[in-house]
Design a protein around this ligand. Structure first.
Ligand code: FAD
Length: 318
């Protein structure tokens, strides 16, 4: 399949792409297909599929004692990518995280992708599991996304773990990484965060997808800072249309982003969630129009299980 950077290079126009979540364990793939299908008319060149780490939960045993069990709520990222390729002939981008993986497990996951013809991945560290205060690397795994990028770059050179085989086949991954227009919440300051972002690029990342933002100036400023820091790969803006009043507090607390005053006031004036949805769509359309005018390579939407609002926005933009 085609590398994301080649898709971007081949087009003078701003492209359209989106991110989906694997279904909750036990649910079929049809619902996901129904969500993807209406967006295919906008010819997305790629679709990202998130990866969800295990969580620990306590289950009551028959004797009344609690047992700590590991639960993965949304498994199946790589399988879904293969199914998307098969059904829609689109390039899938599986997200791969450090948390929960040893390097060997990462290597196996990457080999599955390679054998399936999945040549694009988004390399991430992942967040702390819910029961932990901060991210703790898995034993034998990576502590930062940059280390994961390096492992992928090594495989692209035919270098596998603990193996000296001159004839080993090289993989052909195009690796993307995350960037934060409002800074990653753990970074002590913006410049340090950019230094770490640059490291990911120097180790082989070929494109950046940003965290969601609602103020385009933050994105433009981020791009300027990246260029000044010698980061020259394409930077794809991540967008999320607001859909509920609750998101006014949830999004900033989960993603460490600010919502502009004007947007907050417009949402607070809404009487129903349907009104909020309309405000969210309008805000996103205005963001997209400006971003497109400034020639961003692609508009990337976080669907979070909803496609109707993205369809409305895409119909105005593409
Ligand atoms: P890193 O690049 O490793 O950075 C993490 C922090 O460590 C930053 O503060 C950075 O400045 C700092 N840092 C980096 N290197 C060093 C170093 N050498 N020394 C000291 N500090 C360092 N999470 C999921 O679980 N699944 C997903 O599918 C998923 N998809 C995402 C998609 C996008 C586009 C984005 C923006 C985020 C996504 N996330 C996902 C969330 C992401 O995993 C978290 O934001 C996580 O906290 C950081 O991941 P990272 O890859 O940016 O980490």
């Amino acid at each position: 399949m085609t590398k994301i950077v080649d898709h971007l290079k081949a087009s003078d126009e701003t492209l359209f792409s989106f991110e989906i979540l694997p279904p909750i364990k036990g649910h079929g793939i049809q619902k996901l297909f129904n969500q993807v299908e209406p967006l295919m008319e906008f010819r997305p060149k790629f679709i990202d599929v998130t990866y969800h780490r295990e969580e620990y939960v306590y289950k009551k045993k028959q004797n009344g004692l609690l047992e700590k069990v590991s639960l993965r709520k949304r498994p199946g990222t790589v399988g879904i990518c293969a199914a998307l390729m098969n059904k829609f002939q689109v390039d899938p981008v599986p997200h791969l995280i450090c948390g929960g993986f040893s390097k060997e497990e990462t290597e196996s996951a990457l080999m599955d992708c390679h054998f399936l013809g999945i040549d694009n991945v988004l390399a991430l560290r992942g967040d702390a599991i819910k029961s932990e205060q901060r991210f703790v690397p898995t034993e034998g795994g990576h502590a930062y996304a940059s280390e994961l990028v390096k492992q992928i770059s090594d495989m692209n050179k035919g270098q596998y773990l603990y193996q000296e085989d001159e004839g080993a086949e090289s993989t052909n991954f195009c690796t993307g990484v995350a960037g934060y227009p409002e800074k990653h919440f753990e970074a002590p300051n913006f410049n340090t965060d950019l230094k770490h972002l640059k490291r990911k690029v120097d180790l082989g990342a070929e494109f950046i997808v940003t965290q969601m933002f609602f103020d385009n100036d933050k994105f433009f400023d981020f791009v300027d800072r990246c260029r000044a820091a010698d980061i020259h790969v394409p930077i794809i803006p991540g967008l999320k249309p607001l859909t509920t009043l609750r998101q006014l507090s949830i999004l900033p607390s989960i993603f460490f982003i600010d919502l502009p005053d004007e947007l907050v006031q417009a949402v607070e004036a809404c009487k129903t969630n349907e009104d909020v949805r309309k405000v969210g769509i309008e805000w996103s359309i205005n963001q997209c129009k400006e971003l497109k005018k400034r020639n961003v390579p692609c508009l990337h939407f976080y669907s979070m299980g909803k496609s109707d609002n993205i369809k409305t926005i895409a119909s105005e933009i593409f």
